[in-house]
Design a protein around this ligand. Sequence first.
Ligand code: CP
Length: 318
Amino acid sequence: MIGRDLLGIEDLERDDIVRILDTAARMREIGAREVKKVPTLRGHTLVNLFFEPSTRTLSSFEIAGKRLSADVVNFSPSRSSLSKSESILDTAQTLDAMDPDCVIVRHKVAGVPKRIADVLDAPVVNAGDGAHEHPTQALLDMLTVYQEKGRLDGLCVAIVGDIGHSRVARSNIYGFTRMGAEVRVTGPPTMLPPTIETLGVKPCSSLREAIDGADVVMMLRIQRERVEGALFPSIREYSATFGLDRAKLRYAKDDAIVMHPGPVNRGVELSHDLVDHSPSVILDQVRNGVALRMAVLYLISGRASGTRASRALTPGGA
Ligand code: CP
């Protein structure tokens, strides 16, 4: 996979996903060592190009790169020449001229990582773009489920919340369906796209219907600042109808796990009790995020031979 971009789960074959998850499972062991560092990417340079705030994704890409001995540069938009009207593409090409081995991009607008990837020689990883995709989040979610259940094929995964605006939901839908899981989705009607069935999922009209007999219940973050009053009447009503607590969780399988990509609105999507205690695996997701991102950097970091333009002319090129 050296030199390939990772822009979305939609682009990945089942074998690609298996390879990334297998590699991540091996990377996990490095995080348990006293000295959490291996020389695998010594001499490589990684650039985190985040135009939108992040705690988990930014920190875990940085830690992942450092555990592999890469040099990691965290680009800060507010301290850059973007404030002097330099364009995003010019900024990205300027950084690319310094020969990084991988550029990791987050932006609030869908498609920006692809636009940047189209003009860079370094491989680009999408760290979340608008409501489009968040591929490494879905991969770490699949890794966490595999760790808990020993398989993905045949599981029932319920995704609850703002399905229409969630890049996490979209990437997980592509990922889990490709790996043979049944995926159900639910949320307020204003948050369920009418064409969602075309992605191979089952839309459900209630939380109870969605989680009935489910192995995995994945709760999504409500963007309170954006949608209250627009897509549902109030936070209180959302929480009563689509929030999860231990009483409602009884409809899922006895050994069901509860997931959330974070950051959590405590008491809205999830009761405080479920955020902090089993069967919630939220902090395991975070922990697996480092191993998963180590695997991604290991598999794709490095420039394929030739420039992107010349590779594009080569049959079978990246
Ligand atoms: N899950 C996720 O993307 O979290 P951050 O916004 O903190 O990176």
